[in-house]
Design a protein around this ligand. Structure first.
Ligand code: CAA
Length: 470
């Protein structure tokens, strides 16, 4: 402490590793969007709805030997190997998930066991771990806790790993089905990170909502789809408002008279249940932050005034007008310029892999940074932002500063490469995996495990055994 104010060390994300299951189901052919796919034919739908309406072309599907613990352990192992992380240097390995494997034993404990199979029994005995749950937003909570711990000066030179892991599953033939996906993303969190430092300013918005949940008796989620979209927009705006108030009060950002705070934030990553949702979320934020600025007058001149609830007889009519207005705004040159510059690159992950719930936003961040690095974009010193949303519902908004070495680190993520090297599933294979049924030809899995952790069995008492398959 000095002069009554806390001097915080620079803490943030040093490296990111993404684990993407090697199986996917094609919803739409990106080179020929009008061409029917096995999935679109069976669901009597138009493949362009998947590609253009929601923005997903492929959904990642785990194999029979993969659960959320396996996905997490694989992501963490890659992160530790790539950075030569010594197990003793880790004070905590926390897991964020909404598809945990046990009501009591956290995924963190199973992951601990898997990692100790590689690094030696007892190698992580002084490393703590816990499972965070709040739908898709718990990754932000887990990260915030690690940051608080480091900012409070309690890390004593040790680091932490946050890993988000999930398998998104809705009933077959339900509206949510084409937004499934799976994956894990691990973050190495430390002082003086090479990738990004995180601002000690985090915005929150929380309400008790019935937009999406998964009861204890169900393996698939229940969702009020349209309501969940409204909850996403409202909560994200609330969290960004909270972040903005703190960012201004603490002097992190000073916006000039005709500027918006968003002008001071460059690359942005969002929770991406499907790319169109994140694009709409960004549009909603821009409308919110641009209202009243000189540029907003030009936009109103182009697309007319925003709909007002009191001009419509019913809420449905207002919502229809609001949806039409949003579409018109998203077609403006002003929106498109901001969207392509700041957001679009990160959404490619969800287009190619679907929703990975808690892993979604940081997978979006990984894709965004890798793509910008590969393209040679200069981001060093720039401020970026992240928006997390979890049904139920809560949103978190945070900001970060890109570090000098970021491009060297981001180019090694191997994210695009992992998306390229996958195997396509037939509809029949997908449905068998989805329903957990045996394959009629006696196969135990679809793809041979390749140097990765696998689930070996689940005992009659529900205990899970894992091993590393060389
Ligand atoms: N070509 C192009 N676009 C088409 C089309 C076609 N042939 N046919 C339809 N579309 C468009 C529609 O116009 C619509 O666009 P707008 O939303 O811009 O109007 C879009 O495709 C979706 O079509 P529908 O309106 O018919 O919607 P749906 O019944 O297919 O359901 C959904 C869509 C609600 C997102 C559903 O997939 C769902 O319930 N998903 C799960 C819930 C979810 O992801 N919610 C997001 C917020 S909650 C969250 O973020 C947490 C989380 O991870 C779950």
């Amino acid at each position: 402490m000095s002069g009554g104010s806390l001097v915080r060390s620079a803490v943030g994300i040093d490296d990111i590793s993404v684990y993407i299951p090697r199986l996917y189901l094609e919803l739409a052919d990106e080179s020929r969007p009008e061409k029917p796919t096995e999935f679109s034919l069976s669901r009597k739908s138009d493949p362009s709805k998947y590609l253009h309406g929601i923005g997903i072309a492929k959904m990642s599907i785990p194999d029979t030997y993969q659960d959320s613990a396996v996905l997490a352990a694989n992501a963490i192992l890659e992160l530790m190997d790539r950075n030569n992380v010594h197990p003793a240097s880790l004070a905590r390995i926390d897991i964020a998930t909404e598809t945990g494997v046990d009501e009591s034993k956290p995924v963190a404990a199973y992951v601990h066991g898997m990692l100790e199979q590689r690094y030696g029994k007892g190698s992580l005995k002084r490393t703590s771990g816990v499972e965070y749950k709040f739908a898709c937003v718990s990754t932000a909570d887990a990260l915030e806790s690690s940051l608080d711990w480091a900012w409070a000066g309690r890390s004593n030179g040790r680091n932490s790993i946050i890993c988000a892991t999930d398998i998104a599953r809705y009933p077959l033939s339900s509206p949510g089905e084409p937004t499934q996906g799976a994956g894990a993303v691990a973050l190495l969190v430390k002082e003086d990170p090479r990738l990004l430092t995180i601002d000690p300013v985090i915005g929150t918005h929380m309400e008790d909502e019935d937009d999406f949940w998964r009861p204890l008796f169900s393996t698939t989620a229940v969702v009020h789809g349209k309501h969940s979209e409204r909850c996403y927009l409202r909560a994200m705006e609330g969290a960004v408002d909270d972040w903005a108030e703190q960012a201004v009060a603490s002097g992190i950002i000073k916006a000039g008279p005709s500027e918006s705070l968003v002008d001071h934030v460059g690359p942005m990553s969002f929770h991406v249940p499907y790319p169109k949702m994140a694009e709409k979320g960004f549009a909603y934020l821009l409308r919110h932050f641009w209202r009243g600025l000189p540029r907003w007058k030009n936009i109103l001149g182009e697309i007319g005034d925003e709909p007002r609830m009191d001009s419509y007889k019913t809420r449905e009519e207002f919502e229809k007008a609001e949806a039409d207005y949003m579409k018109r705004f998203m077609e403006t040159h002003q929106f498109q310029t901001e969207y392509l510059d700041k957001v679009a690159d990160g959404l490619v992950h969800a287009r190619e892999s679907g929703n990975s719930y808690s892993a979604s936003e940081k997978s979006c961040l990984s894709m965004l940074l890798e793509t910008k690095a590969t393209r040679g974009t200069d981001l060093a010193g720039k401020r970026g932002g992240s928006g997390n949303y979890g049904s139920g519902c809560k949103a978190k908004a945070s900001s970060w500063t890109v570090q000098e070495e970021w491009a060297t680190i981001a180019k090694k993520f191997g994210h695009a490469e992992k998306l390229r090297h996958r195997r396509s599933l037939s509809l029949a294979e997908y449905e068998i995996l989805h329903e957990g049924k045996p394959f009629p030809d006696g196969r135990k899995f679809v793809a041979e495990p390749e140097n990765e952790f696998v689930l070996v069995d689940v005992t009659s008492q529900g205990y899970r055994h894992y091993k590393f398959a060389d």
